[in-house]
Ligand binder design. Structure first.
Ligand SMILES: O=P(O)(O)OP(=O)(O)OP(=O)(O)OC[C@H]1O[C@@H](n2cnc3c(O)ncnc32)[C@H](O)[C@@H]1O
Ligand SMILES: [Mg+2]
Length: 174
C-alpha cells in the first residue's frame, strides 16, 4: 500500500513509518512537499485541523495515491496558558477525512510571550534551548518533558489513532 505524508519533516515521516510497522501493516511511505493552506503557526485547534486535512488532501490531488496523511502542529489559548497542539488527518479518496489529536502541554511564559508577538514555535524553541532544528527532532514536547515524550512519539500515537479508526471504518463497511 502506498501512503503519502504531506511533509518532509523527519519527525513526521518516521512517525508514519513506525506506526504502520508497529501494527504489522506493510506500506511504502512517500513524503510530499504540499501546502497546509493555513498560517505557518496555527493558533487554534480548528486552524491546525484544517492544516492537517489540507496537507493530506493536497497529496491526493497531486498523485495516484490511495491514502494520504497530514500532520500539523499549532498552539491553543486557554485560561491556563498557551498549549501546543498537534492534529492528524487520514484521507482516503472519495471518503470523509479521519481526524485525531495528540498529547498537549502548556508552554512556559517565556515561549508564550514570543508566540503571541508573532514568532513561530520552531525558531523560538531553537533559540530557547540553544539547539538546531528541534522541530525535526524531539520537538517542544520533548524539551519540556525532559525527553520523556518526543515529537515523533507523540505523532506515533496520533498515527495509531488514525490507523485504528481507518481499520474500524473498513470493518464497518465490509
Ligand atoms: O515541515 P513541516 O511539515 O511544516 O513541519 P513543522 O515542523 O514546520 O511543523 P508544523 O508546520 O506542523 O508546525 C507549525 C509550527 O509550529 C512549530 N512546531 C510545532 N510543533 C513543534 C515542536 O514540537 N517543536 C518545535 N516547533 C514546533 C513548527 O516549527 C511550525 O512553526
Ligand atoms: Mg511547518
Amino acid at each position: 500500500m502506498l501512503v503519502a505524508i504531506g511533509s518532509k519533516n523527519p519527525a513526521k515521516i518516521h512517525a508514519v513509518e513506525l506506526a504502520f510497522k508497529e501494527m504489522n501493516i506493510e506500506v511504502e511511505v512517500q513524503p510530499m512537499d504540499v501546502p497546509s493552506g493555513v498560517s505557518e503557526q496555527p493558533f487554534s485547534d480548528e486552524e491546525t485541523i484544517k492544516g492537517a486535512v489540507h496537507r493530506a488532501e493536497n497529496c491526493l490531488n497531486k498523485k495516484e495515491i490511495d491514502i494520504a496523511i497530514g500532520l500539523e502542529g499549532g498552539v491553543v489559548e486557554s485560561e491556563f496558558g498557551l498549549s501546543v497542539c498537534n492534529w492528524g488527518a487520514l484521507v482516503e479518496k472519495g471518503k470523509s477525512p479521519i481526524i485525531a489529536g495528540g498529547a498537549r502541554i502548556i508552554l512556559p511564559n517565556e515561549i508564550t510571550s514570543r508566540l503571541r508577538s508573532g514568532e513561530e514555535l520552531g525558531p523560538v524553541m531553537d533559540d530557547y534551548a540553544n539547539k538546531k532544528n528541534i522541530r525535526k527532532k524531539e520537538g517542544a514536547i520533548g524539551v519540556f518533558t525532559n525527553g520523556l515524550v518526543t515529537r515523533e512519539e507523540m505523532f506515533i500515537h496520533v498515527m495509531k489513532l488514525l490507523i485504528g479508526q481507518y481499520q474500524y471504518r473498513a470493518l464497518m463497511e465490509s
